[in-house]
Design a protein around this ligand. Structure first.
Ligand code: SDX
Length: 439
């Protein structure tokens, strides 16, 4: 990026758009890897036309250096490091440091970062009263959206987005408090007392303890499950400009405080086409029930007149196997083995459904492969989480991605408020008709 102009590095070439008998030239920028982009910022000023790309299937909304996805090759890199290596060798807080600072931490930097996160794991005591306002049967995602947004009512000393120190404090607070809020949402839904964080535990063990410990007995997280939980957080940490991250960036472009922006991202993630798919995928596997019923559901998924879709399949970017799904599948088997769950009927359906779909002409032609949500539900259910908590866990992990992308946008000299235009096909100008004269 050119520090002075704030534009991406000098354009490498120009592209020409011809409309009628007029030619319009636009700069083309080349990234480190991945598709080049055509900078069409001047298009409206020069031609009076907008581009039109509902769903942004061919639109780059920003320049970023955080995460790279190659959908055709099934590649996912966090700051250049393959997700497979980070999930295998590192831990979630190391991934948080990498996403926020851009480099893997030295041992001293990692120790300092872990310490700083641990200093912020508690939430303001008054927040526990805030929870009392929710119905006990509220969906935990409704509680999560509400309580994350409420953080801006408690932490005024880290909402000045122009202050780099406050931006980093807010980032650390979000990473540290999202497990505490997620666990409180779960405890509130099952009518058990909140469990305070214990800072001598690692991030994932601390979270599992806040969810599953009860005052009546000692609780020690199973290390295999804690490692699986930590790896699941790594897999979900960031994913380029997905719907919820784009929501956070758009909210942040107006200058809204970071807690409000993360709450907006949480709300967007809840949709079944996005982060809500893990809950929907497990419910779908339950509805299918047994392998013999798979053909009936595959038929429905292909039927244009049926809105049913195979949840956990397909992806806007991955037209190959989601690399996270492979790691998720391996983690699923590890967790089931550790828990001695030999024949999970949901897993049998999932494995058979994957086999059928990966050999079906329709899915091959449309390049529909299992995505991260296909195996996560089975794993989380085996770990003891109700399906209503699955998207909350996704939100917990994605918080670092949202905050890293938000921070990158705020620190980008060329960022301005996001304000898309439209193709208007409504009524032309017409005069008001008094109600007495309407037929
Ligand atoms: C996540 O963007 C991200 O990075 C998201 C995410 C992240 O980490 O942030 O990776 C997390 O959201 C993963 C995706 C979870 N969603 C689901 O599993 C829900 C089921 N999948 C679909 O709803 C769908 O695949 C989407 C929403 C994920 C992607 O939709 P697109 O890119 O808009 O593709 P599309 O809906 O236009 O589908 C293309 C074709 C269509 O058929 P045609 O109109 O071309 O005939 O494929 C079909 C669709 O009908 N199709 C499916 C299908 N997904 C797409 N058919 C059956 N079952 C499916 N799951």
């Amino acid at each position: 990026m050119d520090a002075k102009t704030g534009k991406p590095s000098n354009p490498n070439t120009t592209g020409t758009l011809t409309v009628g008998n007029k030619n319009y030239d636009f700069p083309i920028y080349k990234g480190t890897i991945g598709p080049d982009v055509v900078d069409i910022a001047k298009l409206y000023g020069e031609s009076g036309m907008f581009t039109y790309d509902p769903g942004f299937t061919s639109t780059a909304s920003c320049e970023s250096q955080i995460t790279y996805i190659d959908g055709d090759e099934g590649i996912l890199l966090y700051r250049g490091y393959p997700i497979e290596q980070l999930a295998e060798h590192g831990d979630f807080l190391e991934t948080c440091y990498l996403l926020l600072y851009g480099e893997l931490p030295t041992p001293a930097q990692k120790a300092d970062f872990d310490y700083r996160v641990n200093r912020h794991t508690m939430v303001h005591e008054q927040m526990s009263r805030f929870f009392q306002g929710f119905r006990r049967d509220a969906h935990p995602m409704a509680v999560m959206v509400g309580s994350v947004g409420a953080l801006s009512a408690f932490y005024h000393d880290s909402t000045d987005i122009s202050d780099p120190h406050q931006r980093m404090i807010a980032s650390i607070r979000m990473i540290a408090k999202s497990p505490t809020l997620a666990a409180m949402a779960y405890k509130y839904s099952v009518g058990q007392p909140f469990v305070y964080p214990k800072n001598d535990l690692d991030y994932a063990s601390n979270f599992l303890r806040m969810c599953f410990a009860v005052p009546t007995e000692e609780y020690k997280a199973n290390p295999v499950l804690a490692r699986a939980m930590d790896r699941i957080f790594i897999l979900h940490a960031d994913h380029e400009q997905n719907a919820s991250t784009s929501t956070v960036r758009l909210a942040g472009s107006s200058g809204a405080n970071p807690f409000a922006c993360i709450a907006a991202g949480c709300a967007c993630l809840w949709g079944p086409a996005h982060g809500g798919a893990n809950e929907a995928a497990l419910n779908m596997l339950g509805e299918i029930g047994r392998p013999e019923r798979i053909p009936e559901f595959v038929k429905r998924a292909k039927d244009k007149n049926d809105s049913f879709r195979l949840m956990g399949f397909g992806h806007r970017v991955y037209k190959n196997y989601d690399p996270r799904a492979k790691i998720m599948q391996k983690t699923c088997h590890e967790v089931l083995n550790e828990l001695g769950i030999k024949d999970d009927p949901l897993l049998d359906v999932a494995m058979e459904l994957e086999k059928v779909a990966l050999h079906d002409e329709y899915f091959l032609e449309k390049k529909l492969y299992p995505n991260i949500d296909f195996y996560s539900g089975i794993t989380l259910k085996a770990m003891g989480f109700p399906t209503t908590m699955f998207t909350v866990l996704f939100a917990l992990a994605r918080t670092v991605g949202w905050i890293a992308q938000w921070k990158e946008m705020i620190e980008d000299p060329k960022q301005k408020i996001g304000r898309p235009r439209q193709l208007y096909t409504g009524a032309e100008r017409r005069d008001y008709v008094e109600i007495s004269r309407r037929k």
